[in-house]
Design a protein around this ligand. Structure first.
Ligand code: SAM
Ligand code: SF4
Length: 351
């Protein structure tokens, strides 16, 4: 085979891949078979396809940087089998009360100075109590005044609570579906998959951007992993932000001894998420601490374009800021400016 023929063959193959994916099309009718076919592509074809989609909607070297703070830690009544904050398991974690507003604002200011453009706050609650909503809303409006995007993850929400958060200007609400509908009861017994979908619907209908994804590495099958992505992609609107967590095994939890996810399987998951939710920011969330630089680089190539920065993720470890800076500099990655997600809803101030 001459070099010329080889180049022509390669060009032909690329056209074939480009023809299969229409990066302009946002679909909500994905089937498990289609996801499986994408997942099973030869690795470099899958990454190439993910890149076509990624470059259509995002700047190829921009990554959105969020910082996450636990505003209420531990003592949660839910029994999520992966979580160190559940009161159902003996994990040795000390429970604390909701942080004071001023302390949260001071932490947010520090994160802003360190380069974060979005401030995410998480509480170990099944759902917030109405009496906590004044403090929560004061945190949101205070951080918005600093010019950062805001995100909260507080568990299930009533319609009234969603309304209050929307009024306070909340940009994003995180509520993960965690796994496929079929595997869900093996992970959590105190609430249902449908409960999660109901809260997501309330948040979406209030005009708040949705952040929803899940976890891999909890003993689920590959089909469950794709089932989780399919459930997210077939929601009436794609979540604007899709965090893909790799399980951080927590001592004392039922999933504390789960087997590690094969690194290339994780990269394939990211690529499929990128292809089927083209306008969403795909976040490499928990578990980055357990990944090599090379695996993270492959995830970025596969279309991941959001990370948590800061050395703590609620109660788990995250790579240190200096280590992240070195890696991102090596890869030529820069911070995505706030409000740059193509599917993001109008700034909450205009709601
Ligand atoms: N209590 C709220 C809830 O569950 O929606 C908010 C906080 S919760 C800790 C936020 C998310 O963190 C969970 O939905 C889960 O996906 C993720 N998470 C918690 N523990 C984890 C672990 N050990 N490894 C990976 N992800 C984890
Ligand atoms: Fe509670 Fe959230 Fe942990 Fe589940 S994931 S136990 S709801 S803090």
């Amino acid at each position: 085979m001459t070099i010329q023929t080889r180049i022509e063959d390669a060009a032909q193959a690329s056209k074939g891949i480009a023809a299969r994916t229409n990066p302009d099309q946002v679909r909500h009718d994905w089937t498990r078979e289609e996801l499986q076919a994408l997942y099973d592509l030869p690795f470099s074809d899958l990454i190439f396809e993910a890149q076509i989609v990624h470059r259509r909607w995002f700047k190829s070297n921009e990554v959105q940087m969020s910082t996450l703070l636990s505003i209420k830690t531990g003592g949660c009544p839910e029994d999520c089998g992966y979580c160190a904050q559940s009161s159902k398991f003996d994990t040795g974690l000390k429970a604390s009360k909701l942080m004071e507003v001023q302390k949260v604002l001071a932490e947010a200011q520090r994160a802003k100075e360190a380069g974060a453009t979005r401030y995410c706050m998480g509480a170990a609650w099944r759902e917030p109590k109405d009496r906590d909503m004044d403090a929560i809303c004061a945190m949101v409006s205070g951080i918005k005044e600093m010019g950062m995007e805001t995100c909260m993850t507080l568990g299930m929400l009533s319609g009234q609570q969603v309304h209050r958060l929307a009024q306070s200007g909340l940009d994003y609400y995180n509520h993960n579906i965690d796994t496929s509908e079929e595997y869900y009861p093996k992970v959590i017994g105190t609430r249902t998959f449908q409960d999660r979908l109901d809260t997501l619907e309330r948040v979406r209908n209030a005009g708040i951007n949705v952040c929803s994804g899940g976890i891999v590495g909890m003993g689920e099958s590959q089909s469950d992993r794709l089932g989780m992505l399919m459930a997210l992609a077939n929601l009436p609107e794609h979540p604007q932000s899709v965090p893909i967590n790799m399980l951080m095994p927590m001592e004392g939890t039922p999933m504390g001894l789960s087997e590690k996810v094969e690194p290339l399987d994780f990269v394939r998951m990211i690529a499929v998420a990128r292809i089927i939710m083209p306008q969403s920011v795909v976040r490499l969330a928990a578990g980055r601490e357990l990944m090599s630089d090379e695996q993270q680089a492959l995830c970025f190539m596969a279309g991941a374009n959001s990370i948590f920065v800061g050395d703590k993720l609620l109660t788990a470890k995250n790579p240190e800021a200096d280590k992240d800076k070195v890696l991102l500099d090596k890869l030529g990655i820069v911070s995505m400016p706030a409000h740059n997600c193509p599917s993001e809803k109008t700034a909450s101030a205009d709601r």
